[in-house]
Design a protein around this ligand. Structure first.
Ligand code: TXA
Ligand code: MG
Length: 309
């Protein structure tokens, strides 16, 4: 669907009627459903072939809307003020009378909630006027989509529509923080540990929950078909070399060594490997700092043995 007034109102109407609509956020494309309708939410799990214990992120247009569903606190307020709308998800206790279908949280007492910044996501959420549950719009275990074409490559025929807003700006899923105390990092992303420290005055902790509830942490979650070798400075045998900075490669995450560019390129590049039928690739070292931490996290998952899921 085109991102004009007619496309938006049709997409909003589809969402309200319980259909699945993929839409662009600044991170990746989400596969949206009305979070208050169990059947619609079940449709997400079905379309993705996703294990049912994976809870979903709910998207709302602003922090005031978020407060209708979760128990708010000063820490949430400070983080929301600093990073919403934007690529950050907060995990907070569900509030009495929230109305969110339990399938969304897969039985947890907490809800992952996010206010996306992308104007089209904002417009859709306001027009639909329902909380929208949306995982990344890809089949389970596959690469997250950063264009409408990626969405259709994985889910065509299984969803009602995709709103085409062009390529995503950030290109990497949102940072997920469990709002404690203490604040814990459940998934690294564009909003970094240092960003949070700057706002709260202390560093969030790495996730300590045993058997954590965030299957984004499962070993092989972001998998291209190709076998990946990491921290490589040259290609062995018939490997395709993915460069970064000084390591040139057959293709590159960022020739100038820019981590923001590398993050925005990452998933599209992994998709390209699949499209080109590449079976083995080597990836240049990415500095493990700032956004590089999230990129390395995704790369390790992409390189993990497939039977680990
Ligand atoms: O950028 C993003 O976050 C994208 C866009 C579409 O918003 N969405 C996304 O959703 O990446 P998904 O479903 O692929 O990843 C959501 C992650 C999963 O790892 C899930 O387990 C975790 O969030 N999660 C959801 N609810 C949770 C909860 N209550 N506690 C802990 N983790 C939770
Ligand atoms: Mg995903």
């Amino acid at each position: 669907m085109h991102p004009d007034a007619a496309g938006l109102s049709a997409a909003a109407e589809l969402l309200r009627s319980g259909a699945l609509v993929a839409f662009p956020t600044e991170t990746v494309y989400g596969l949206g459903a009305d979070a208050t309708q169990g059947a619609a939410v079940a449709g997400i799990y079905a379309a993705k072939g996703r294990p049912s214990f994976n809870p979903l992120i709910v998207h709302v247009p602003d922090a005031a809307s978020a407060r209708r569903y979760v128990t708010w606190c000063d820490t949430a307020e400070a983080l929301a003020k600093a990073f919403w709308p934007g690529p950050m998800t907060l995990v907070l206790p569900l509030k009495e009378g929230h109305g969110i279908d339990p399938l969304v949280t897969a039985g947890l007492e907490t809800l992952a909630i996010r206010v996306p910044a992308a104007p089209l996501a904002q417009a859709l959420l306001r027009e639909a006027d329902v909380p929208v549950a949306a995982p990344s719009a890809n089949p389970s275990g596959r690469i997250s989509p950063t264009t409408a074409a990626h969405v259709l490559a994985g889910l065509d025929g299984r969803i009602a529509a995709v709103l085409d807003g062009g390529p995503c700006e950030v290109g990497l899923e949102s940072s997920i923080f469990a709002v404690g105390p203490p604040v814990q990092v459940l998934r690294a992303g564009h909003v970094t540990v240092e960003d949070v420290e700057h706002v709260l005055g202390e560093k969030p902790m790495p996730s300590v929950s045993p058997g954590i509830t965030a299957p984004g942490q499962l070993a092989s979650h972001y998998a291209p078909k190709a076998q990946l070798r990491l921290n490589a400075t040259w290609a062995k045998d018939k490997e395709t070399l993915i460069g970064f900075g000084n390591v040139e490669g057959d293709m590159t995450l960022s020739a100038s060594g820019d981590l923001v560019e590398a993050a925005a390129t990452l998933f599209a590049l992994l998709h390209q490997l699949d499209a080109r039928g590449v079976t083995r690739a080597a990836v240049a070292p990415i500095p493990d700092e700032g956004l590089g931490i999230a990129i390395n996290d995704r790369l390790r998952r992409a390189a993990a043995p497939r039977d680990a899921v």
